[in-house]
Design a protein around this ligand. Structure first.
Ligand SMILES: Nc1nc2c(ncn2[C@@H]2O[C@H](COP(=O)(O)OP(=O)(O)OP(=O)(O)O)[C@@H](O)[C@H]2O)c(=O)[nH]1
Ligand SMILES: [Mg+2]
Length: 695
């Protein structure tokens, strides 16, 4: 039996420290690593160890009470949010770690919403109960207020901060007394009488909250009966798996307290792969038809490649969640997302950056394949006989760009190769070549994201690049619908010519929808094989908007008509026809300028609040909420990213280093006209518009 779980939280809540302790108590490692010493097993990248933050989600495996637990430790920094997203997509359960002092932080909310999106059941661990200002009840209160969580404690603390002494197990009515510093030895003592009243109160709250969402417990509750321990545990398990209840534990990973109880809760309450409904897949030829395959080795094999990483020794590793059937090395499987056959050379289980070779991989497991050639993250592998495709991943929008150039001209090709590899690994990275300036532009989730990319180029590939200043990744958007726009590429001057012709309608789409392509070709006006190149031409054309050359986003293109020539038509003609059509459509539809708006939270001592808010007002910020966190004040605001470069320095001087902030991309909004004019400057579409090109 096993569990596939993720550890998710705001930056610095203690995910990696907790994972490290899990590995220690399960006997997987024999020496505890510490973030502050840069020697943890999970944060193995040099950049992670130097900075004390997790950058890439790392997978590992351990055993507890005869169960195998596959764990993915995710990064908290918002620049690496894709790592959380793709992990949650394939995990069956999550431990959400909160800081006992900071409580619910912005990124806690983000990962909580991500877990909601993928219906991932979760339990919560309130870490750092040893920290000054720690307050367990306040954190539970914040979970209820902020998320509307139906959360209740199953473990609470005896004392906090320096005065933290032990833990109380509410379900078993026991006192957990630790004996040694490493936290290996602890005893379950009968509850000392002075804790009984408080424990009863927590227990009452627990039962009451469970009764609200569980019929069996409700029945007992109404009849005034106390549930047995078994009934209580079964009710918690049922309601957690249904995502209707969140049990909350506490402890301190750094001081080695409470992690074994968390491990028990993972086994007792989080689902096994068999407890969750079968993953919905589709027939690749007919997306309407759904296919449900059970987590059973006898079903046809199907798995989702959710992450690709490069290893110095074995090359590319393809992290895959297996939803049904069994995968065996040496055999061919269909990549149903791209229609190509793939042979798996080796299957391994990952222990952070080390691998263990296994001979087969079964339904429900998370493993890594070696030897695939054509697969990308978000793609499905399955049997040739029973093709099925799972829903892929939608990459987040890139908000910051950086121009890069190799220091030596000879490295230009190498840079291309390295960037292509990074692109395979990281769907939140974008690369574009700016023909006007002959510069390569990389875009991503934030300054740190791009800084790490540049650092990895240098350290892993010995590639030195000069970098420009980070810039906002603006976008363009259309504001009105245009119909019947023609794109034609015709070349007929003796011999075989070229002929591509498309007609499209273009209209604004939902925010965040990207480019949606709808094919409404009837009666073979354009043969099937030319529709894909036409679509690609449209995508390429939309990468350079007509206002200032920024990518155009959030619009719907409908291919309504077109024509072809028996001899002259080919893929490239339709690609160009698509590209010309979209350029013309964008001219007609009138592009506007969009900028990323960040959602910002600042935590600051009261004395500095005035100057911090005053400064925000000069940055086009809209204050959305003011509040308190313990003795500190909090402010939330929506503010354009363009106003926020180097904000860390500004805030430091405004608050004498006493304020902290977090910021994440929230949405795109139209740039005010006066500012748009400044940004456009001499940036104009390098390729111009025009719909019909006859050469
Ligand atoms: N006082 C105290 N500090 C802790 C505790 N757990 C972790 N820390 C410290 O908090 C800091 C962050 O810990 P990490 O384990 O790296 O946190 P994380 O959630 O993995 O951080 P990211 O992966 O970067 O998001 C480190 O300095 C830890 O030593 C705890 O229980 N008590
Ligand atoms: Mg970490």
């Amino acid at each position: 039996m096993f569990r596939n779980i993720g550890i998710i939280a705001h930056i610095d809540a203690g995910k990696t420290t907790t994972t490290e302790r899990i590995l220690y108590y399960t006997g997987t490692i024999h020496k505890m690593g510490n973030i502050d010493d840069g020697n943890t097993t999970m944060d193995w990248m040099p950049q992670e160890q130097e900075r004390g933050i997790t950058i890439t989600a790392a997978a590992t495996t351990c055993f507890w009470r005869d169960h195998r637990i596959n764990i993915i430790d995710t990064p908290g920094h918002v620049d690496f949010t894709i790592e959380v997203e793709r992990s949650l997509k394939v995990l069956d359960g999550a431990v959400i770690v909160l800081c006992a002092c900071s409580g619910v932080q912005p990124q806690t909310e983000t990962v909580y919403r991500q877990a909601d999106k993928y219906h991932v059941p979760r339990i919560a661990f309130v870490n750092k109960i040893d920290r000054l200002g720690a307050d367990f009840d306040r954190v539970i209160g914040e979970m209820r207020d902020r998320f509307g969580s139906n959360a209740a404690a199953i473990v609470y603390n005896d004392g906090a901060e320096d005065n933290f002494k032990g833990l109380i197990d509410i379900i078993n009515n026991q006192y957990i007394q630790y004996h040694d510093k490493d936290g290996m030895e602890f005893e379950r003592l009968p509850l000392p009488p002075e804790f009984q009243a408080k424990t009863d109160e927590y227990r009452h709250e627990l039962i009451e909250r469970l009764s609200e969402v569980d019929d069996e417990l409700m029945e007992l509750f109404i009849n005034g009966k106390q549930p047995s321990k078994e009934q209580l545990m079964a009710a918690i398990r049922r309601t957690v798996i249904d995502s209707k209840f969140i049990p909350v534990l506490t402890g301190t990973s750094l001081r080695n307290r409470g992690v074994q109880l968390l491990l028990d809760a993972i086994i007792d309450f989080l689902p096994s792969p068999l407890d969750i409904p079968p993953m919905k897949a589709y027939n690749p030829d007919n997306k309407e038809e759904t296919i449900q395959l059970k987590a059973d080795d006898n079903e046809p094999p199907m798995g989702l490649v959710f992450k690709i990483a490069s290893d110095k020794y074995v090359g590319k590793i393809f992290f895959t969640r297996i939803y049904s059937g069994k995968f065996i090395p040496g055999k061919n499987y269909l990549n149903s997302s791209n229609g190509k056959l793939e042979k798996i050379a080796k299957i391994v289980i990952m222990h952070s950056n080390k691998q263990e070779i296994i001979t087969s991989a079964s339904a429900g497991e998370i493993v890594a394949f070696v030897g695939l050639k054509e697969s990308k993250s978000g793609e499905t592998l399955c049997s040739e006989e029973k093709p099925a495709v799972l829903e892929g991943l939608k990459p987040p929008e890139a908000v910051v760009s950086l121009a890069i150039e190799p220091k030596s001209k000879a490295d230009q090709d190498k840079m291309g190769t390295v960037l292509r590899r990074f692109l395979d690994e990281d769907p939140s990275l974008r690369v574009k070549f700016d023909h006007e300036t002959s510069q390569t532009i990389i875009s991503g989730m934030g300054e740190l994201h791009l800084e790490i990319i540049v650092d990895r180029m240098k350290r892993e590939n010995n590639l030195d690049v000069s970098v420009g200043r980070p810039e906002v990744a603006y976008k363009e958007a259309i504001t009105k619908k245009v119909t019947g726009v023609v794109g034609k590429y015709v070349q007929q001057s003796g011999g075989r010519g070229k002929y591509g012709h498309v007609v499209i309608d273009v209209e604004p789409g939902e925010p965040g929808s990207g480019l949606v392509f709808v094919d409404k070709i009837k009666g073979g006006a354009i043969p099937r094989e030319f529709i894909k190149p036409a679509k690609e031409g449209i995508e390429v054309g939309a990468q350079n908007g007509v206002k200032a050359g920024y990518p155009v986003s959030d619009f719907i293109v409908t291919l309504v008509d077109g024509s072809y020539h028996d001899v002259d038509s080919d893929e490239i003609s339709f690609h160009l026809a698509g590209k010309y059509a979209i350029k013309e459509a964008l001219h007609k539809a009138g592009s506007v300028f969009m900028e990323p708006i960040m959602s910002l939270e600042i935590v600051v001592p009261e004395d500095y609040m005035g100057s911090v808010i005053g400064d925000l007002n000069t940055r086009r910020a809209k204050i959305t909420e003011l509040g308190n966190r313990g003795k500190l004040k909090t402010a939330r605001a929506d503010v354009p990213l363009a106003e926020m470069f180097s904000y860390a320095n500004a805030l430091r001087s405004l608050s004498q280093g006493r304020a902290t902030f977090t910021m994440e991309p929230s949405y795109y909004a139209q740039v005010p006209n006066s500012i748009a004019q400044k940004i456009i400057g001499d940036r104009q579409d390098p390729e111009g518009g025009g719909s019909v090109a006859k050469v």
